[in-house]
Design a protein around this ligand. Structure first.
Ligand code: P6P
Length: 339
């Protein structure tokens, strides 16, 4: 074949859809429902990405004029992302219920024969909206507990993180990526705008065992438990790099690739921590553990926390194993708990 033609017809790589189909064998008992659910999330991610890219041109920047159940001012893009994910999951037919950081109550999709439920933060990093900083979407997938064919119940959606069958995030940054796990490792896909597909770019992502990046909101330092303050001092003494983006997905993604730790402990303003167990922490904890990292509230694995309410918050420390072990050790030295 002509050399120029050969170069031009080189493979585009493995698309998300093809990768999901190829990995269908990871679920011998599944008949493709989880694969379809993941494709639905990929579709919603593309539509949300388009809204973010165009927000300044189509008048969806700024506040939506309402608050979510956590008392946070909803941004218009928060609402757009929430509608897009819920609609894609509802129309895809594989999800019987959705819980969302942007919804007070569980959403019954009407798909009562569906096997799965989804917990999500449709748009993470609200303080970064409208200022061209990175944003993210976070999702967890659980098997329902209630019988197929019946309406979903709160027990379907309030499950420990260990029960997740899939989890992941989309990062809308200098490039857009979808990163997910189904319990068989972590794989990252980069969005190719020219063909509208997520292409496998980061196969088998692994957490660095140690790192030199620490991420936390400096403004809260004097509110932190002493063990955390000691760990921050340890990082400074060792000349580690302080990197904090204000979007959880972006900080976790960078630390996953380069080695590092993210900390959002309890503070006076947020006595149980700020981040939400069901919508943010469980998904990222499952994914980071699958890549070889660690996620804790300072006392226990995030994934072991038994949820009691949909919007509950928890302290969140996640990242490279050696760094998380170091801060846990310092907390124990002060016999302090984060929560
Ligand atoms: P703070 C964004 O609102 C978010 O939920 C996470 O994405 C981010 O890591 C954290 O809150 C930032 O919180 O208090 O530092 O602005």
């Amino acid at each position: 074949m002509n050399a120029d033609v050969q170069k031009y017809v080189s493979s585009i790589g493995i698309t998300l859809d093809r990768f999901i189909a190829q990995r269908q064998s990871d679920f011998p008992y599944a008949k493709g429902e989880l694969s379809q659910l993941l494709r639905d999330i990929g579709l919603a991610a593309k539509v949300v990405n388009k809204a973010i890219m165009n927000s300044g041109l189509i008048g969806i920047e700024g506040p939506a004029g309402e608050q979510n159940s956590s008392g946070e001012d909803q941004q218009k893009l928060d609402v757009v992302a929430n509608v897009r994910f819920i609609r894609a999951l509802t129309r895809g037919g594989e999800v019987c219920a959705v819980i969302s950081e942007e919804e007070d109550e569980m959403i019954d999709t009407g798909n009562h024969n569906a096997k799965y439920v989804v917990a999500m933060d449709p748009l993470d990093g609200s303080s970064n909206i409208d200022v061209n900083m990175p944003l993210g979407s976070i999702f967890s997938v659980y098997r329902r507990k209630s019988p197929i064919g019946t309406p979903p119940t709160i027990e379907d959606v309030l499950q420990r993180g260990t029960e997740q069958v899939a989890a992941g995030y989309i990062i809308y940054g200098s490039s857009n990526m979808l990163v997910y796990t189904t319990g068989h490792g972590v794989n990252g896909f980069t969005y190719d705008f020219s063909i509208g597909e997520f292409i496998l770019s980061h196969p088998n992502m692994r957490s660095q065992d140690d790192g030199k990046i620490f991420s936390y909101n400096e403004g809260n330092l004097y509110d932190f438990p002493q063990g955390i303050q000691d760990f921050i001092e340890h990082c400074r003494q060792n000349k580690f790099s302080a990197r904090y983006v204000g979007a959880l997905v972006a900080d976790v993604h960078r630390n996953l690739l380069k080695g590092g730790i993210f900390l959002y402990p309890a503070t006076k303003k947020a006595p149980k921590g700020k981040l939400r167990l069901m919508f943010e922490c469980n998904a990222l904890a499952f994914l980071v553990e699958q890549a070889g990292g660690v996620a804790t509230d300072g006392e226990q694995r995030i994934l072991e926390i038994v949820p009691t309410e949909m919007h509950q918050r928890c302290p969140f420390i996640v990242g490279s194993k050696a760094m998380v072990e170091k801060v846990t050790e310092m907390l124990k030295a002060h016999k302090e708990v984060l929560a």
